[in-house]
Design a protein around this ligand. Structure first.
Ligand SMILES: [Zn+2]
Length: 258
């Protein structure tokens, strides 16, 4: 058994701790009292004190109007539609004066409006639009139509080709698959694979746009045998392409009926 008294410093420790506890209790009660006062309805506090408390706690004066920060409009997702040959040349020409450029512009304008109605920002671009350089968007679709000459009874149908310069070729392939599926469903036209030309696969805009932008070019039909659809069914043609773009954007099943 050790009867040696504890060293001086230890003997006085309890007293120091007691003082600290008392001090802490005092501080805590001041805080609690302050909080209680702060939350007390001001109507119960004598006039004058209420006002001072309100000022002390940074209370908002009742006459101050509520000021909300100005909302910054959030940019909407962007899409680009090229009206083939627009502001450059006529494209395919028919004997009666109908031009591919006019047909393309009618269709592209309808596509743009339908996509705006779906909540997108849509650029309607000319064939050699300055904005195509480094163009960035979720997707770019260039609208064209095939020759007005009679070639054969098989010269009917549409074609879609993807950009080859993209760093995401699988995305471009998916956009093609989506447009094929939805365009056929809406227009009843068949895919016409035999006549996909270098004009399509080496389309100039594909080299100009940003290499992350998914892009395709579509020949919506032949101005000869598909003329009726392309000139009187432009809403339908536009809807088929819009449904294809939405299928791509919303990751829908490109093989399933819409
Ligand atoms: Zn064309």
């Amino acid at each position: 058994m050790d009867s040696t008294p504890p060293p001086r410093s230890e003997r006085y420790t309890p007293r120091v701790n007691s003082l600290r506890i008392i001090w802490n209790v005092f501080v805590a009660s001041v805080v609690v009292a302050s909080l209680f006062t702060a939350y007390t309805p001001l109507g119960l506090i004598p006039y004058g004190l209420a006002e001072r408390l309100s000022q002390a706690f940074g209370g908002v004066q009742e006459s101050s109007p509520l000021v909300f920060p100005t909302a910054t409009p959030r940019p909407r997702p962007r899409l680009g539609i090229v009206a083939g040959h627009y502001q450059n040349d006529s494209g395919a020409q028919c004997a009666d004066g109908l031009t591919e450029a006019d047909v393309n512009l009618e269709i592209a304008t309808r596509i743009r409006q339908q996509l705006i109605d779906e909540g997108f920002d849509v650029d309607l671009l000319a064939e050699y639009d300055d904005r195509l350089t480094g163009y960035q968007a979720l997707a770019l679709v260039s609208i064209h139509a095939d020759t007005c000459d009679f070639i054969s009874n098989e010269a009917t149908g549409y074609k879609v080709a993807p950009t080859l310069g993209t760093i995401y070729p699988e995305k471009a392939d998916r956009l093609v698959a989506c447009i094929r599926n939805r365009y056929e469903a809406v227009t009843g036209l068949q895919f016409h694979p035999g006549s996909i030309t270098r004009d399509m696969t080496s389309y100039h805009a594909f080299d100009e746009i940003h290499n992350e932008t998914t892009a395709v070019i579509i020949e919506t039909g032949f101005l000869n045998l598909d003329r009726q659809l392309l000139t009187t069914g432009q809403d339908q043609v536009a809807e088929g392409i819009v449904n294809g773009i939405l299928c791509y954007l919303y990751n829908e099943d490109a093989s399933a009926a819409p």
